[in-house]
Structures are given as structure tokens and as C-alpha cells.
Design a protein around this ligand. Structure first.
Ligand code: S3P
Length: 441
């Protein structure tokens, strides 16, 4: 069957060194921010995936010139309020929540009606979370039940806002920061801690943004309508993509892996903290700073004595895209693992909490759910023999890749649908995993 992979053998012991694909969050932010800079930015090592390609298509549609060079891309920024959007332009964000939510903020100064659409998965996701603050800036937004398609109309008369962001969502925070850049005066956000690539990049560019760290929150003040300087940026590896290889190595027998040049910004490394606490053999070496971010190499060795974890919800935002993998490790751990306040997981490309619970039960793992809290009763002896088919997951790339890791480490015979889902974030996932010796048909 087209787009289905078949796995019937666990991966043999391996000892490898890899680079994973470039960071998706930073790639999208670089495209969007360089498009409002004044002049030519150069981005090296940009992630070449569908989500990023859609970001390029979207800004091109509103007048930004992008030129692909041999080993970088050039973006000719139009400056704040420089977009050229015809009335009723349709912007398609594809599968990307980050692009969709952030482009609304970036376009808040466009004084014309624009329609924002997305694919089936994105069209079931919540946009009320950004509609509310953008409305307060003065943007006019029409949508049914706060979902795509959205018709929005920005204005030249935006007014600054004060907003409390309580979900720990970097997409909401970034959408507001982008709108604040289009707005005269100072916008203030009290934002529950979440990935901070936008703030770090703006600070690095000397854009007037102030951040005060308080317990569990950041107070961010942005001065609008300041000129943004063009920049050069080399995108590091994505910790979220690296995580599939981290868990693959941990759960494989007698294996070792070195993953080079991964972004290890603390707002993204919840998975490393969680897996280390569960006994995962993981070490970071060669740490260096790059334009406010931290990059390092990750060394992983197979681990066979995982223990359960009582995971505080404070860490959720920094591990938000990695929970499917963390649950897989919990399934092999000794004892019970507890996770709490996972409501945001069901709001991703697919309802990941529901899917994960079904998945673990299918493997014979006991899982108890109480609202958005779950307990996973691990089984260190877990060895699968049955046949497993994974389908109907809204083409969620992370569900696909986690299932491949499960198939290659836990045994059993697996058929996993929708392999083309990896195009959104990690197009070389299958070729890289095969190079380590995995037999995937
Ligand atoms: C992202 C933020 C997270 C994450 C998503 C990428 C970003 O979403 O799940 O994959 O680049 O800002 P939320 O902000 O909704 O938590």
C-alpha cells in the first residue's frame, strides 16, 4: 500500500553519528521576521520541509521576495507595514499551527481582507487563543467557532495591549509579539514560560524588547514600530526531531548514537530532563552559544533500567512535542509514571493524548486517565509479538515517527500508514533511520 511502512524486525545494535533536520520553530520564525526586516537576510541550513515551504509561500504571496541560493536563502524584507496584500488574498498554512497563528500577528497591520486556510488537521484546531488578543489590538477577525477558515482584516490604527498568556503557548506569545511590532507604543505580555526563540532572535537583532523573568512566567514588553535589521542565521538541529533518535537508541540493545549540533535551549529540553530522571543514559557535550541560543551534541547509550517518573506539569511546555516518546519510555519503565495537566496535547496536529492512551493500551500497557492526568503502569519486560496497524491519526508526523520507533524497538509486526506525514517536519527521517540499520519496507 502506498504510504504505508512495514516493520517486522527490531533494529540491530548500532553505533552511529548523525545530524538531524534543522529546527522547525526557528526556521519559521526566521522566515517571518526577516520578511519584515529592512533589507536582505540570509538563512543557512533552513529546514526544507512542508511547514517551512508553506511559510515561504505565504510571505511571497504578500509581496516578499525570496531567492534560493546554493547553500542558503535570501529574503528581501519589506519592513514593518510593507506587505503588499491584494484584497481577498488566500494564505494557506497547510499543517502548521505555528505558521497560521504567527502569520495572523505578523499581518495585523494589513488594511485589507485576507483569508487564512489550512489542511484537515489544522482546520480542527483552536484559533480563539489568538483571535482574542488580536481583536484587542484592533484586528477584525471572522471565523466559525474559532477555527479555520478565518477572514481577517488588520488596520493602521492598532492599539497596544496588556495580555496574560496562561497556556504556556509559544505560538500565542509569538503571534502577540508580531502584532506588537506593528503597533505603536508598548505592548506587555505576562506569558507562562514557553519556548523563547522569538524573544532571543529579537534581542539578538537589538529590537526593543524587554524580558523580566518571574516565577513560572516572563513579563515581556515590546516597543512597536521600531526598524528591524536584516540578519544572517544558521539554523541548528531540532531537538524535537532528535528525540525520535534519542528514544530509538535508549530502547535499542547495545547501541550508541551521537547527534551533532542540536539546539538545546532550556525551554525545549524537557525531554532530556525527564528521560535522565528515568535513568536514560544521555550526555550533552560541546555546548556553545549561538545568537542567544545554546547548541550541543547529544550522546546516547542504550538503557535497560528505566524507572517511572512523577512528572511535574511545570515541565510540560518544554517537552510538549515529545510526550508521545516519553510515554513509550514510561511503558518500558519499572513502576508507575504520572503525568498531569496534559490538556494541550489534545490540541496538536492530532488529539495526541487520546491517541497515545489507545496506542499504549494496544501494546498491553495499563493506563489510567483522570481528566487530563494519566498514570502509565510500565512493564520493563515488554516484548511484543502481535500484529499492529497504525492508522487514522490525521497524518500527524509525530504519531507516525513514534510508531516507527516503537516498531523498531519493542518487537511485533507493524504496518504504519501515512509515511508522507514526515514531510511536514523531518523529510529524511526514514532514510536516516535506515542508515542506522533499520529494516523498514
Ligand atoms: C511551537 C510551539 C508549540 C509546539 C509547536 C511549535 C512554536 O505549540 O507544540 O510544535 O514553534 O512556537 P504551542 O505554542 O501551541 O504550545
Amino acid at each position: 500500500m502506498k504510504n504505508q511502512v512495514y516493520i517486522k524486525n527490531t533494529i540491530k545494535p548500532f553505533n552511529g553519528k548523525i545530524f538531524v533536520s534543522s529546527d522547525k520553530s526557528i526556521s519559521i520564525r526566521c522566515i517571518l521576521l526577516s520578511s519584515i526586516a529592512v533589507g536582505k537576510s540570509k538563512i543557512f541550513n533552513l529546514l526544507e520541509s512542508e511547514d517551512v515551504l508553506n511559510a515561504i509561500k505565504v510571505v511571497k504571496k504578500i509581496g516578499v521576495k525570496i531567492i534560493k541560493k546554493k547553500n542558503h536563502i535570501e529574503i528581501l524584507g519589506v519592513g514593518i507595514n510593507g506587505f503588499d496584500a491584494k484584497k481577498n488574498t488566500i494564505l494557506n498554512a497547510g499543517n502548521s499551527g505555528t505558521l497560521a497563528r504567527c502569520i495572523l500577528g505578523l499581518c495585523s497591520g494589513i488594511n485589507n481582507q485576507i483569508k487564512l486556510v489550512g489542511d484537515k488537521s489544522l482546520s480542527r484546531r483552536d484559533f480563539k487563543r489568538v483571535i482574542k488578543p488580536l481583536n484587542s489590538f484592533g484586528v477584525n477577525i471572522k471565523s466559525k467557532a474559532g477555527m479555520l477558515p478565518i477572514i481577517f482584516e488588520g488596520t493602521n490604527f492598532l492599539t497596544p495591549i496588556k495580555f496574560i498568556e496562561n497556556k504556556g503557548s509559544a505560538q500565542i506569545k509569538t503571534s502577540i509579539i508580531f502584532s506588537a511590532i506593528n503597533t505603536p507604543g508598548i505592548t506587555e505580555i505576562k506569558s507562562k514560560k514557553s519556548r523563547n526563540h522569538t524573544e532571543l532572535l529579537l534581542k539578538h537583532l537589538n529590537y526593543p524588547i524587554k524580558i523580566k523573568k518571574i516565577k513560572d512566567y516572563d513579563i515581556i514588553k515590546i516597543q512597536g514600530l521600531s526598524q528591524l535589521n536584516p540578519f544572517e542565521y544558521k539554523i541548528p538541529g531540532d531537538i524535537s526531531s532528535a528525540s525520535f533518535f534519542i528514544v530509538l537508541t535508549l530502547l535499542s540493545k547495545r547501541s550508541k548514537l551521537l547527534i551533532k549540533d542540536v539546539n538545546i535551549n532550556p525551554s525545549r529540553t524537557g525531554i532530556l530532563k525527564i528521560l535522565k530522571e528515568m535513568n536514560g543514559n544521555i550526555n550533552i557535550v560541546n555546548k556553545k552559544y549561538y545568537k542567544g541560543e545554546i547548541i550541543g551534541d547529544i550522546k546516547i547509550k542504550s538503557t535497560n533500567n528505566f524507572k517511572g517518573i512523577n512528572c511535574s506539569s511545570k515541565i510540560n511546555s518544554s517537552a510538549i512535542d515529545e510526550f508521545l516518546l516519553i510515554f513509550l519510555v514510561a511503558a518500558k519503565a519499572k513502576g508507575v509514571s504520572k503525568f498531569e495537566k496534559l490538556d494541550e496535547l489534545n490540541k496538536k496536529e492530532s488529539p495526541r493524548l487520546n491517541i497515545a492512551i489507545k496506542f499504549l493500551k494496544m501494546l498491553g500497557i495499563k493506563v489510567l486517565r483522570n481528566k487530563d492526568n494519566i498514570k502509565i503502569y510500565g512493564n520493563p519486560k515488554l516484548k511484543l509479538k502481535g500484529k499492529y496497524q497504525i492508522k487514522n491519526f490525521l497524518k500527524d508526523h509525530r504519531v507516525f515517527m513514534m510508531s516507527v520507533v516503537a516498531g523498531l524497538t519493542l518487537g511485533g509486526e507493524w504496518k504504519i500508514n501515512d509515511s508522507d506525514s514526515i514531510e511536514t517536519s523531518f523529510p529524511q527521517f526514514l532514510s536516516k533511520i535506515k542508515r542506522l540499520g533499520a529494516k523498514i519496507i
